[in-house]
Design a protein around this ligand. Sequence first.
Ligand SMILES: Cc1ncc(COP(=O)(O)O)c(C=O)c1O
Length: 397
Amino acid sequence: MLESLPRLPDDPILGLAAAARADGNPDKVDLTVGIYMDESGLCPVFDAVRQAQRALVDEEATKAYMPPVGDPAFNTGMRQLVFGTDSAALAAGRVSSIQTPGGCGALRIGAEVINAAVPGARVWVSDPTWPVHIPLLGSVGLQFENYRYYEAADHSVDFDAMVDDLKQARRGDVVLLHGCCHNPCGADLSLEQWGVIADMAEEQGFLPFIDIAYQGLGDGLERDAAGLRLLAARLPEMIVAASCSKNMGLYRERTGITLFLCADANSADALQSQAAVAARRVYSMPPAHGALIAGRILSDGGLRENWERELGGMCQRINGLRGELRRKLEAEAGRDFGFIEREKGMFSFLGLSAGQARALRSEHSVYMLDSSRINVAGVNAGNIDYLARAVGAVLRA
Ligand SMILES: Cc1ncc(COP(=O)(O)O)c(C=O)c1O
């Protein structure tokens, strides 16, 4: 029976990363996969994570299943991290949540609950969006519409076009928004623009579904959540999928959470039960290790301070790299790269054609997606000059 199944192509991003690993050029630069890398090109373990992990290993008394909704300290800490400690919705008991296997699991559980409410609901996704959104939500049965978002010609959000497209979103529809650090384009909404989206959601009745996988890596933990919190202060309902992969470096521990902002506490409780039943049919109970670590960090004053300091350092480093890369590229290529400094988080499109991105790979061992999306955190003092020269050469060719 199974022999009829063909071999499927590799995931394009993971396939390119594998090609970069296999490349013997000592000058090679890998800007493909979305993980934070430090100056030495390594994806580091946070010091706070090491400390929390040590304590956890010493104290852990059982490997019995986690509760279906996950670790209580993790849920409480993440609700506050995402919505803010002063959130009126939190105080009113209007928020419930479920710990999930990573941000992907959080998106999937959000999609399951949406599909339970409105089977085959239309989800409006930004053009472009993170490609994995489509199979994650689509395999549940949700349908897609695109809204225009990124204007490649001037490297910015085409907000008028976005608003124009979203005028068609109505009650029963979902609008998927990147909470901060848009993947793949790095162009985020201003607070004023978030306000316009809130007006539209109020008037038209669509449900915002916010994917926030990079909180703390754009402008800091609080400012990165400001748009999402603005919506939460005004709207009766919203779903959020959050991840600790990037901002705690817990990638392989699969640590995420789906949060439900509801009209009242009863409804929040009902949504949590829906999410738990959805999780039961997909994977049953969530994994323990990452969430127990994150829960400790979020609830322990010393660990939290340590984590916030390290995360703040990463954020500053990314923003510093953005400035430096802009200057070096402008010097090498003689054109404006100011957008790199305006954009946020780990990703930007360099604005190259697919042919130019391929030439960078074949002629210079510089790996980026064909869309010219780069992981800014893959740049460091040791490769930035080589990278800028290679991009300059390809642009002049
Ligand atoms: C936009 C976006 N959403 C969600 C995720 C989920 O990440 P994870 O499942 O590793 O927590 C990612 C990871 O790259 C992402 O880029």
